[in-house]
Design a protein around this ligand. Structure first.
Ligand SMILES: [Mn+2]
Length: 340
């Protein structure tokens, strides 16, 4: 990567973060709630980089019960420890590096960490809505967390091994939706030849990830697609699945990794696609996608209702809320925000 194309905020924060790392011996990393490839690959790439610097590193899986089967091919995935934030003893660590999490409740919802922690913390993220909650915060709105990591590793002279390259690539590929979501520009494409030269098996990694669907996920999709309703002049399409349906069909909650909101927003005129899933009785998760993040910025809708995310992709968690109530809240807030 052309050094002049490294983001100024990353140049500024790189030595500060490296100083925190140098002071530490035992470093904690995590996967965010409902882990996505960018979260998992960021943790795996960071672990490998920190090990080059001689550090002892632990990645905890976080609130998820299991890592999605499609992620098991990410190099190092088998080293992730199945513990949530509430199950670890912070005394065993001297630094917590949080990557790809816009707020503390993205680290764990079961036991939301309270900052400042008893140990030092570093927050590295690409979400616009990041609340800069840690001791050191590097927030650079960009394609993926792994893209920020690539720039940091370059500045820190980390050797980009095959495993690091593949993880960094997968974060960029997935968070950009296969190079179609902004922000993405020529600078990202300067990084790709470097990563794909070192990890020429990237195509296989994408195939393995995308072709590891469980039958339960397909049955879940069927339920969701049967439930579609549209609102506000068809601008908003919402699919809902209740906890009762999930139970009736014996669908393991961790197998619910669907592309429903994307599918909904692919319909011309359905400008926002939303999947509402009642994951536990009274706990509703909203996943939202926009056809046009400028005109229909879903991060605004998410933030207004206690969630977060990006212009074109955002999410909300509604505790103590029914599906109907969540739907009503979203529709009335959208009406107001987008003048529909
Ligand atoms: Mn991300």
């Amino acid at each position: 990567m052309n050094p002049s194309d490294i983001s100024p905020v990353i140049l500024e924060k790189a030595p500060i973060i490296l100083a925190e790392i140098k002071k530490a011996n035992n470093i904690l990393l995590h996967c965010h709630i409902s882990p996505d490839p960018d979260s998992v690959c960021s943790a795996l790439a960071t672990k490998a980089a920190l090990e080059q610097l001689g550090k002892k590193v632990t990645i905890i899986l976080g609130d998820a019960e299991t890592l999605p089967q499609g992620f098991m091919g990410f190099p190092g995935a088998n080293t992730i420890v199945k513990k949530s934030f509430g199950e670890i003893d912070l005394k065993e660590f001297d630094l917590f590096i949080i990557v790809d999490s816009g707020s503390p409740d993205r680290i764990s919802y079961k036991a939301v960490p309270v900052f400042p922690l008893s140990i030092r913390s570093v927050n590295i993220d690409h979400h616009q809505s990041n609340t800069s909650f840690a001791d050191v915060n590097l927030v650079d709105v960009s394609v993926s967390a792994t893209y920020i990591l690539f720039q940091l590793f370059t500045i820190w002279n980390i050797e980009i091994t095959h495993d690091i390259a593949l993880n960094l690539f997968m974060g960029i590929y997935t968070d950009s939706g296969g190079f179609k979501y902004s922000p993405i520009d020529y600078k990202v494409f300067q990084v790709l030849p470097i990563l794909t030269k070192i990890a020429p098996d990237f195509g296989k990694a994408i195939f393995d990830m995308e072709n590891n669907e469980s039958k339960d996920a397909i049955f879940f999709e069927a339920l969701a697609l049967n439930s579609i309703e549209t609102f506000l002049g068809d601008n908003i399409a919402i699919a809902t699945v209740s906890f009762k349906q999930i139970q009736e069909h014996n669908i393991p909650i961790d197998s619910i990794h669907t592309d429903i909101p994307n599918k909904l927003k692919s319909v011309v005129g359905w400008n926002i696609g939303i999947m509402l899933t009642e994951r536990e009785p009274g706990l509703v998760r909203a996943s939202m996608r926009s056809r046009d993040g400028n005109k229909f910025d879903v991060s605004k809708l998410a933030v207004a209702l206690g969630g977060g995310g990006h212009r074109a992709a955002a999410g909300i968690r509604f505790p103590n809320t029914t599906l109907e109530e969540a739907k009503e809240k979203i529709v009335s807030k959208a009406k107001e925000l987008y003048n529909l």
